[in-house]
Design a protein around this ligand. Sequence first.
Ligand code: PLP
Length: 396
Amino acid sequence: MTDRTPALYGGKPVRESVLGYGSQSITDHEKQAVLEALEGDYITRGPTVEEFETRVADFVGVDHAIATTSGTTALHLAGDAAGFSAGDEVITTPLTFASTAHAATYNDATPVFADIDPYRRTLDPEAVREQVTDDTVGLVPMHYAGHPADIDGLLEVADEHDLTVIWDACHAFGGTWRGEGIGAQRDMAVFSFHPVKNVTTGEGGMVVTDDDNLARRLRRLRSFDMNYDPAGHEDEPWYQVTESVGYNYNVTDLQAALGLAQLDRLSEFKERRDEIIDRYNEAFSGIEGIRTPPVPEESGPMCHLYAVEIGEDFGCDRQEFVQAMHAENIGVQVHYVPLHYHPYFQTEFGYSRGEFPKTEQVYDGLVSLPLHAEMNGGDVGDVITAVTALRSHHRE
Ligand SMILES: Cc1ncc(COP(=O)(O)O)c(C=O)c1O
C-alpha cells in the first residue's frame, strides 16, 4: 500500500499522459504489409482477404472463415444465415455491446435477455433455459472480456431446444476452451478486429463455421447475394443477378494485409497481455473490495479486457473509482451499461431496470483497467499505484 494522495483529492497525478484502456499495436511489420498490399492488383476484396480467412480458419480449427467489415456486420450476417426473422426469439446476454443483440434485431427477430452467471459474467445456462419459448430459435452468448462463457452448459440447452448458436467471440480471438480454439464451437462464431480488440484490421470482423451451407450463404450475403454464375447464362459472362437483399460487407486486401501481419504477432500479444494480467492479479487479489476476473479451469483465454468489480469494502463506489482513475490520467472504461437500460431495448422490447439482478449487481461494480500489448512495465505500475493509493486513502 502507499501513502500517496490520489489526484482526485489534491495529489499529483500518477502520470502526465493519458493511458488508454485499449490500443492497437502497429510496427514496421504491419506498415510494410499494408504498403505491399497497396501495390497489389486488388485494393478491394482480393486474394489477400482469402489468405487472411484461411489463416484464421486454420488457427481457430474450423473449415470456413468469412471476413466482413466489422463484428457488427458479421453478427448481422450470422443471424441472417441462421434464418432469424420476424416472430423469432433469440436469447442473449444483457451484459454486452449492443451489436450482440443486433444479430437478432437486424433480422427483425426479438432479442430476449437472460441473466448472467456472476462468476463468469456470461450467460447462465439455467437462466437461458427459463427464457425458452416455442418461438425461440437461437442463442447468442458472448465471451465477456475474452473469458469463455459456459460453452458446455449452453450447448446442452441449445441441443434440448434445437437452437442455432452464434458465439459472439468479439473479445475472445486467440483463446481456447478445453484446448479447442474459441470459435470452433457450433454453429457459428463472430470475431471483431476493431483496434482495441486482440488483433486489428482497423475495422473488421469474421464469421467462422464448420457448416458448408452456412458458409456459402454467408459469402453470398456479404457480397450483394449476387449469383455470378447463374444457370442458363454460361455464354454471357456479364450476367450476374442478385437473388435476395444482400449487402456490401466486403473487406479490402489492405485490411487483410494488416490482419495477416497482426496474426504473425499473435503470440507476442498474448504473452504481453498475460504478463500484465499476472501483475494485476498479484497486486489486486489480496485487496478486499476488488474482485479480479474469473479463472475457470476449462479455459485458456486471450483477454481483451481486464475488468474488475469494485465492491463496498473498497471504500468508494465505482463512480468515484472511475473519477479517481481519470484524475490520475488512467483511462478506465465500463463494459457495459446493460442492454436493458438502453432506450432502444426499453422502448422497442419493453425492458426495464430491475429485470436482471445478477447482471445489474455485476454492472454496478465493473471497471475495465488498461490492458493492451503496447503497455510497458511503467504503465502497469502506474495503474497499480493509482488503484492501491486510492484504496489506502479510503481504508488506511
Ligand atoms: C461483444 C461485442 N460484440 C460485438 C462488437 C461489435 O464489433 P465491431 O466494433 O467490430 O462492429 C463489439 C465491439 O465493440 C463487442 O465488444
